[in-house]
Design a protein around this ligand. Structure first.
Ligand code: ADP
Ligand code: ADP
Length: 221
């Protein structure tokens, strides 16, 4: 589902060059739940951003869902990303002045859908994460765990093949973190969604199928 070959990422400024990723090759199978661990600054977010086509590598090849994306223009890339990938972040990235339902509908605005279809799909996604009773709340009226569930509903509303999660439980206590993990595990099992998750938490990582460790931009396991 995801194929990275000899990915290198160099960040350049006038004075500094940082080798953030050093020849990473990684295959993620369809239906796999992979976690990525490693110390701060080892390249985890860079790797996830490259997998999510949010950032381009300096060298190497990427295939997502059997497609090479380097020839797509910006608009095609945005469409492909919208259709294929769902993103979840540590700090939720919800829009605070939109109600829960409207936050979840956002990814569908870039697709050919009617308001009625958007509402039905968003309601269904919120039911999946157990938040159907909060659709008219604003994000600031929810707990951290509930906000992250809204963010998951937003990530899955367009039925992506792949979910990329950057420390999804990083801001949550262990009870809420476990709830979020259970939701991700169910999405992976029941819907076959491929998931790549960056985490600092060994307990969360051990619940996934496979763990990749990074150190200084290189894969060590
Ligand atoms: P992690 O997510 O594991 O904490 P990152 O992927 O954020 O690591 O960063 C990897 C390395 O690349 C770090 O050394 C970081 O300082 C550097 N880096 C990240 N983003 C930039 C950037 N935009 N410009 C320059 N260096 C960067
Ligand atoms: P933090 O760990 O500081 O809370 P996040 O987990 O929120 O960071 O974000 C992880 C990475 O994703 C960052 O590199 C950030 O630049 C990027 N990012 C965050 N929000 C978006 C977004 N809406 N679209 C694209 N990239 C984003």
């Amino acid at each position: 589902m995801i194929r990275l070959q000899n990915i290198e990422k160099v960040y350049r400024t006038d004075t500094i060059e940082t080798l953030a990723l050093n020849s990473i090759s990684l295959d993620v199978a369809k239906g796999e739940f992979l976690s990525i661990m490693g110390p701060s600054g080892c390249g985890k977010s860079t790797l996830l951003n490259i997998m999510g086509l949010l950032d381009a590598p300096s060298k190497g090849n990427i295939k997502i869902a059997e497609k090479s994306t380097e020839k797509l223009n910006d608009k095609q890339l945005a469409q492909f990303r919208n259709k294929t990938l769902g993103f979840i972040f540590q700090s939720y990235h919800l829009i605070n002045d939109l109600q829960v339902l409207d936050n979840v509908e956002l990814p569908l605005l870039y697709r050919d859908t009617t308001a009625k279809e958007r509402r039905a799909l968003a309601t269904e996604a919120l039911e999946k994460v157990g938040l159907a009773n909060r659709i008219k709340h604003f994000p600031t009226q929810l707990s951290g765990g509930q906000r992250q569930r809204v963010a998951i509903a937003r990530a899955i509303v367009g039925r992506p093949d792949i979910i990329l999660a950057d420390e999804p439980t990083g801001n949550l206590d262990s009870a809420m973190g476990n709830e979020i993990m259970d939701i991700l595990i169910n999405l992976n099992r029941n819907d076959g969604t491929t998931i790549v998750m960056v985490t600092h938490d060994e307990n969360m990582a051990h619940k996934t199928h496979r763990l990749v460790r990074l150190f200084d931009g290189s894969q060590v396991q």
